[in-house]
Write a protein that binds this ligand. Structure first.
Ligand code: PRP
Ligand code: URA
Length: 208
């Protein structure tokens, strides 16, 4: 089964307060989403493989460790884009793929409109990122696409999720570990997370 990590950290709680606040402006919202992604990535990358190398310091030769895998970050458009810079600030060599999905507002079913990936995706550790895990339909569809591309190691990072989305994702893709900054109460009748953040894509890009 998926390993599920819900963060309980003072800095993440503090930053969640900022993004939940309806008065937070676009610039601060986007910056804080990225900061949360950075903090989460520190933990979500804990099991990345490393290899030992010899490094000569000004004093002596030391055995040190470097990352021994490719990392690919795949945001689900649009809102996932808001987490990419925050993760790349820790892993600047990470490549970036994109999956464009939007939810049909009536059926809540995800509709695919774009997909593009770096060729290394098959052997990379892939971080699928999207701030909102609501019904889980978008995350499940995105992972179906990644697996069709040959991705073997996928980690999901979101900011706010609910049980419905977590259970949907972990039952369809039990090999994918899930990291969330917060688990909220429920979905409302429009499929929005309660209390949530509102429409995350609109708040990141200022489109409403
Ligand atoms: C939002 C969000 C997720 C999806 C989550 O995207 O960013 O991708 O909804 O919902 P689900 O778990 O029920 O699938 P949206 O469709 O609003 O597109 P946008 O990011 O382009 O605004
Ligand atoms: N997508 C959002 O942007 N917000 C929600 O609460 C649910 C899906």
């Amino acid at each position: 089964m998926s390993k599920i990590t819900i963060f309980n950290h003072p800095l993440i709680h503090h930053k969640l307060t900022i993004i939940r606040d309806e008065k937070t402006n676009t610039k601060d919202f986007r910056q804080t989403i990225n900061e949360i992604a950075t903090l989460m990535a520190f933990e979500a990358t804990r099991d990345l493989p490393v290899k030992a190398v010899k490094t000569t310091s000004p004093i002596a030769v030391a055995t040190t460790y470097t990352l021994d895998c490719e990392v690919v970050i795949v945001p689900i458009l649009r809102a996932g884009i808001g987490m990419v810079d925050g993760i790349q600030s820790l892993i600047p060599t990470a490549k970036v793929g994109h999956i464009g999905l939007y939810r049909n507002e009536e059926t809540l079913e995800p509709q695919l409109y774009y997909a593009k990936f770096p060729p290394t995706i098959k052997n990379a550790v892939v971080f699928l990122v999207d701030p909102m895990l609501a019904t889980g339909g978008s995350a499940v569809a995105a992972i179906d696409i990644l697996k069709k591309q040959g991705a073997k190691k996928i980690i999901y990072m979101g900011i706010v999720g609910v049980d419905q989305g977590i259970n949907n994702l972990s039952s369809k893709h039990p090999d994918v570990d899930i990291y969330l900054a917060a688990k909220d109460e429920k979905l409302n009748d429009k499929g929005y997370i309660v209390p949530g953040l509102g429409d995350c894509g609109d708040r990141i890009f200022g489109t409403k």
